[in-house]
Design a protein around this ligand. Structure first.
Ligand code: C2E
Ligand code: MG
Ligand code: MG
Ligand code: MG
Length: 279
């Protein structure tokens, strides 16, 4: 009896695993096609200075409109890209698109040339020995200096490969690229550890901002992150501001910058241009 039941469970488990494996494999194949067929776009989410409120730049976020499966979120395909090495060509695609876009906007909106675009890099890209060389090549090919670019890396990737990553980050800093530590607070790094990393900007993870005004709010944590970052000479961005209450609170805490649906969702380039025309 029990054995029968056990086997039944085993088979269900097996089927589930099979379905999951198949799904990942299909996603990988689709990603390869998508890269060949240029199905990827970059959207731009405005980043605002909080006091007074002013547009200071954007975060570049990859978008994939699959020809018949529709929109697939980066949360779903970035991990697959990371595990298959496809993140390397994808990373180049994003960087090239962003540089190209910056060139267009610098020309079209000379009043907006101080705006910066932050590009996400996954830890797997830091394993690529050619990373810095590739960045140099893209910048050179596009005839763009690094003033308009920032690099976002997650707290976890910094901890995972700390020595190697610190070396790389230092290389990037030599090129005047500002470094943002993304999703800060989720990686369990001790705050006192931070001074070792040549980081310019901390991005407080959305989960903390989300909690403002909720019963389980993390006000003290947010407060300490901001104070510590400022003491270390870093600026702070709050991710995922959705309400006015959250904004007001962050302004009171002297948080430097913020992004979130309260201001704007990630926008296609044409929508960004409407913003730049009125700013
Ligand atoms: P992330 O770098 O932390 O990006 C912020 C995410 O929060 C984005 O999700 C953005 O759309 C979302 N967001 C912004 N404001 C709000 C808000 O007010 N409320 C809520 N609920 N969400 C908000 P998205 O675009 O789905 O990207 C998810 C993650 O995928 C990114 O997290 C990043 O880790 C990764 N990613 C996106 N684009 C790239 C890329 O070009 N390269 C790499 N390596 N990773 C990327
Ligand atoms: Mg990011
Ligand atoms: Mg983030
Ligand atoms: Mg995040």
């Amino acid at each position: 009896q029990a054995k029968e039941k056990g086997r039944g469970r085993y088979e269900i488990f097996n089927q589930k695993m099979h379905a999951q494996a198949l799904k990942l494999l299909t996603l990988e194949t689709d990603l390869r096609h998508g890269i060949d067929k240029e199905e990827f776009k970059v959207y731009y989410q405005p980043i605002m200075q909080l006091n007074p409120i002013e547009l200071v730049g954007f975060e570049a976020l990859i978008r994939w409109q699959h020809p018949y499966k529709g929109f697939i979120s980066p949360g779903e395909f970035i991990p697959v890209a990371e595990n298959t090495g496809l993140i390397i060509p994808l990373g180049t695609i994003v960087l090239e698109k962003v540089c190209h876009q910056i060139k267009i906007w610098n020309k079209k909106y000379p009043h907006a040339t101080s705006l910066k675009v932050a590009v996400n890099f996954s830890s797997k890209q830091f394993n690529d020995v050619n990373l810095v060389k590739n960045i140099d090549e893209v910048l050179e090919k596009m005839n763009l200096n690094s003033n308009n670019l920032k690099i976002e890396i997650t707290e976890t990737s910094l901890i995972e490969h700390s020595l190697k990553t610190i070396k790389l980050v230092k290389e990037l800093k030599k090129r005047n690229l500002e470094i943002c530590l993304d999703d800060f607070g989720t990686g369990y790094s001790s705050l006192s550890y931070l001074h070792r990393f040549p980081v310019d900007i901390l991005k407080i993870d959305r989960s903390f901002i989300n909690s403002i005004g909720q019963p389980e709010e993390n006000l003290e944590i947010i407060q300490s992150i901001i104070t510590l970052a400022h003491n270390l000479g870093m600026k702070v961005v709050a991710e995922g501001i959705e309400t006015e209450e959250q904004l007001i609170y962050l302004q009171q805490l002297n948080c430097d910058f913020g992004q979130g649906y309260f201001f704007n969702r990630p926008l296609p380039p044409a929508e960004v241009e409407k913003l730049l025309e009125t700013n």
